[in-house]
Design a protein around this ligand. Structure first.
Ligand code: AMP
Ligand code: GLY
Length: 426
């Protein structure tokens, strides 16, 4: 079967790498992909926001499944457009319809949903221009640290956590009054600060049943010991050592099941990944955020651990029979370490030649911000997060050691990576 995969990051390379192992796959197209996805399929320049080109492509290439990697097209309603079309409406899409994607596309929607279905999360209140003054008073009566979240998608930058009341007040005014994050911050959610250790849990659901994928921990900050600015993710480890059976049972009973039931009760036929961004507080799981796609960099350590055919699991989602599929997981640990461009997440240069990709050993090289130089054909950097190296081990430390050995080998001008992944889990 021919497949179209949308996206260009490390997550998409990991999905492409995994799909390429499936006997069910004929042709894989990746739009737009990167220098790594090219090893598993055909990269295409397709403007997916232009529905008529998307439709023409799907028809011409006889695409029978569309997999949406990132959240933005889902929040914009790509699944709904395909579903509503007379000619391609029968082509299944992995990724929810617009109303389902609101779990990530609107923090206010997600919080109301969790409140309605009794899913544990931080207490919150939502403010906009109409009640901005009330928002200021709310902050004055709240305890620090103050958690302010832009309601809509803000490229991972919409959450601001502040210790000082004065800063929090001016941030709220900036977000709402000056639309700091554009339309995304016309509404702002102020949340109670939860203190604990975070983890990511994923399900793949056909709307009725689900499979729980391996847990993972990602490392968001640029600096060691979780200091400095937030990034798209500096690496990930799967499984999470503290996510034992007892804790995972709590997550399933208190969070996963009520989420699936809630979506059904809302009449949302959700097909795809649900990413639960969780925090463990006094032994209990709370939801920090929902995402409606696989995590990145979590995909780079979670997908390699899945031994079952990922395409077959996707077909289970499409056909509504995921309960009949088997999910087999490699019991070993996997660790993905990201090599990033010097200066990231601030300004950085692109176009640096990446060397020694062929000298890595016992590791999987996932590309994120890479492309091929048009003249020389060499692989060059094309983003902040460049390459993820994922290795296996009988323990987390063994897996990390292998990834670090390879992180020292692959090279480009300005390369940086965190050397402390996993230290917080020892
Ligand atoms: P982002 O991935 O940009 O949504 O960043 C969200 C991050 O902010 C989370 O990973 C947490 O570290 C932090 N965060 C969000 N909400 C809360 C909360 N209610 N309490 C504590 N930390 C939070
Ligand atoms: N790892 C966090 C994310 O994918 O947003």
């Amino acid at each position: 079967m021919n497949i179209l995969l949308i996206g260009s990051g490390g997550r998409e390379h990991a999905i492409a790498w995994k799909l390429a192992q499936s006997k069910l796959l004929s042709k894989l197209y990746i739009a737009p992909g990167n220098a790594g996805t090219e090893n598993h399929g055909i990269n295409i320049n397709l403007n997916i926001s232009d529905f008529s080109s998307l439709k023409t492509f799907i028809l011409e290439k006889k695409i029978r499944l569309v997999i949406v990697g990132p959240e933005a097209p889902l929040v914009e309603g790509i699944h709904d457009l395909i579903l509503a079309d007379d000619d391609i409406g029968d082509v299944p899409v992995i990724g929810p319809v617009k109303r389902g994607a609101m779990l990530e596309g609107s923090k206010d929607f997600a919080n109301n949903f969790m409140e309605k279905y009794n899913i544990p999360t931080a207490s919150y209140k939502t403010f906009s221009r109409e009640n901005l003054k009330e928002g200021i008073r709310y902050l004055e009566s709240a305890k620090p640290p103050y958690v302010l979240k832009a309601d809509g998608l803000a490229a991972g930058k919409g959450v601001v956590i502040l210790e000082s009341l004065e800063e929090a007040k001016s941030e709220l005014e900036d977000m709402i009054g000056n639309e700091k994050f554009g339309k995304a911050s016309q509404k702002v959610v102020i949340e109670e600060f939860l203190s604990g250790i975070e983890l990511s849990v994923f399900v793949l659901t056909d709307g009725k049943d689900y499979k729980i994928l391996p847990s993972a921990k990602d490392y968001k900050r640029i600096g060691e010991n979780d200091t400095g600015l937030n990034t798209g993710g500096m690496g990930s480890i799967s499984p999470v050592p503290f996510a034992n059976d007892e804790f995972m049972d709590k997550i399933e009973e208190r969070i996963i099941k009520p989420t699936i039931k809630g979506l059904q009760a809302e009449g949302i036929n959700y097909k795809g990944f649900i990413f639960f961004g969780l925090i463990k507080v006094d032994g209990n799981p709370f939801v920090i955020e929902y995402n409606v796609r696989m995590g990145d960099p979590e995909a780079e350590s979670v997908l390699p651990r899945i031994q079952s055919d990922l395409l077959d699991l996707f077909l289970g989602v499409a056909e509504g029979n995921i309960s009949r599929k088997k999910l087999e997981v490699d019991p070993r640990s996997a660790a993905a370490v990201f090599l990033v461009s010097g200066g990231y997440p601030g300004t950085y240069e692109k176009g640096k030649v990446i060397s020694n990709l062929d000298k890595t050993m016992d590791t999987i090289v996932f590309h994120a911000g890479t492309t091929k130089d048009k003249e020389t054909g060499k692989v060059i950097t094309n983003g902040g997060r460049v390459i993820a190296l994922c290795s296996f081990g009988n323990s987390m430390l063994e897996a990390l050691e292998l990834s670090y050995r390879n992180a020292a080998i692959v090279d480009f001008d300005g390369k940086y990576y965190r050397k402390d992944l996993g230290n917080d889990l020892l």
